[in-house]
Design a protein around this ligand. Structure first.
Ligand SMILES: NC(=O)c1ccc[n+]([C@@H]2O[C@H](COP(=O)([O-])OP(=O)(O)OC[C@H]3O[C@@H](n4cnc5c(N)ncnc54)[C@H](OP(=O)(O)O)[C@@H]3O)[C@@H](O)[C@H]2O)c1
Length: 324
């Protein structure tokens, strides 16, 4: 495994992390979840990503049990707040009240006495940034969290939040968690340059575009059984963002490019995401240990310049600065 410094901050994360969205505590049973976590840990992964909203706390509960066999000091755990957790008017968002309550609930579910990095899962336009930043600072001073961060916030909002944090004498943002893959290169336009200049690390998600970049979805064919695309409980984002015949066709080209390097489209796509200097760590999603082992091979894959050029031609940076 290789480790990188988290932006300008003092902590080092494995260049590949393990995520838990739709897998651990949901579609993957506890025994396989434990095998996934053990496999990742044994390969040197020290960074695990979850969220309160992943299956309404179940992902945190199962991940917490799986991680309990390892020394706490050897782990860096991210969990998140913002998603709806109940029917009440305050059971969502980034108010100080919801942040405090959800942080305590996440600690209970994870069976941990601190969270390494507590993340605002999305922006909350109904709460002033000052309120959210103070709430994060309070949790840090109480020893419940160490760092705080954001996911899918626009670049201008991160800069504004850091100005406010400095004015308040509070901690600025340590990490950003954007969607980033060959089919979603928008962070290269604004988010990566701004986070590099602010000293914010990036831990990126969906490196395989929900599996489309593995090449397993073929043009004109139905998705294979057991795949994310075949399951209506899981395929909403995949269908909304990536599901075109053109993208499936490009996936087949990617398989051929990877084969020339003696690797797979999945391993190549993950190594490609890791190559960007703004990226601290790429968060892997895996449903099986076999998938995880294939994905972990990205650590040792050096992509030659001529292959990078081919990927650049197949998956150019989009014209527009933001994706949605
Ligand atoms: N901050 C956020 O808002 C946010 C959003 C999304 C995700 N995340 C984090 O990022 C992590 C990764 O995101 P993601 O799950 O979207 O990642 P992804 O790598 O784009 O997709 C993972 C899925 O692709 C399939 N897959 C993975 N490796 C494969 C392989 N080698 N061969 C064939 N299929 C393979 C599996 O699904 P099937 O086998 O079922 O097809 C797997 O569950 C999540 O677990 C979560 O922790 C964060």
């Amino acid at each position: 495994m290789k480790y990188r410094q988290l932006g300008k901050w003092g902590v080092r994360l494995s260049v590949l992390g393990l995520g838990s969205y739709l897998t651990i505590g949901y579609k993957v049973n506890e025994e396989t979840s434990r095998q996934l976590v053990r496999t990742a840990y044994e390969h040197g992964v020290n960074f695990f990503d979850t969220a309160n909203a992943y299956n309404l706390g179940k992902a945190e509960e199962v991940l917490g049990r799986c991680l309990s066999e390892f020394p706490r000091s050897s782990l860096f755990v991210i969990t998140k707040v913002w998603g709806r957790m109940g029917d009440g008017p305050n059971d969502r968002g980034l108010s100080a009240k919801h942040i405090k309550e959800q942080c305590e609930a996440s600690l209970r579910r994870l069976q941990m006495d601190y969270i390494d990095l507590y993340m605002c899962h999305r922006p909350d336009p109904d709460t002033p940034l000052e309120e959210t930043i103070r709430a994060m600072e309070d949790l840090a001073r109480q020893g419940k969290i160490i760092y705080w961060g954001v996911s899918e916030w626009p670049a201008w909002m991160m800069v504004k939040a850091n100005h406010i944090a400095r004015d308040l004498g509070a901690r600025p943002i340590a990490v950003n968690e954007p969607r980033y893959n060959l089919l979603w290169r928008y962070p290269e336009k604004e988010v990566f340059p701004v986070t590099l200049s602010e000293g914010i690390g990036n831990v990126t998600f969906s490196p395989l575009a929900h599996g489309l970049l593995t090449g397993k979805y073929k043009p004109g064919e139905p998705p294979p059984p057991n795949s994310r695309a075949a399951d209506p409980d899981q395929n909403m984002v995949l269908k909304e963002l990536y599901w075109t015949e053109e993208n499936k066709r490009k996936g087949q080209e990617l398989v051929s490019i990877a084969a020339k390097l003696g690797t797979t489209a999945a391993t190549l796509s993950i190594a490609w995401a890791m190559r960007h200097p703004a990226v601290t760590s790429v968060i892997l999603g895996a449903r099986t240990v076999t998938q995880l082992e294939e994905n972990l091979k990205a650590v040792d894959l050096e992509i030659p310049p001529e292959i990078l050029t081919k990927l650049e031609e197949l998956y150019p940076v989009p014209q527009s600065p933001v994706g949605l």
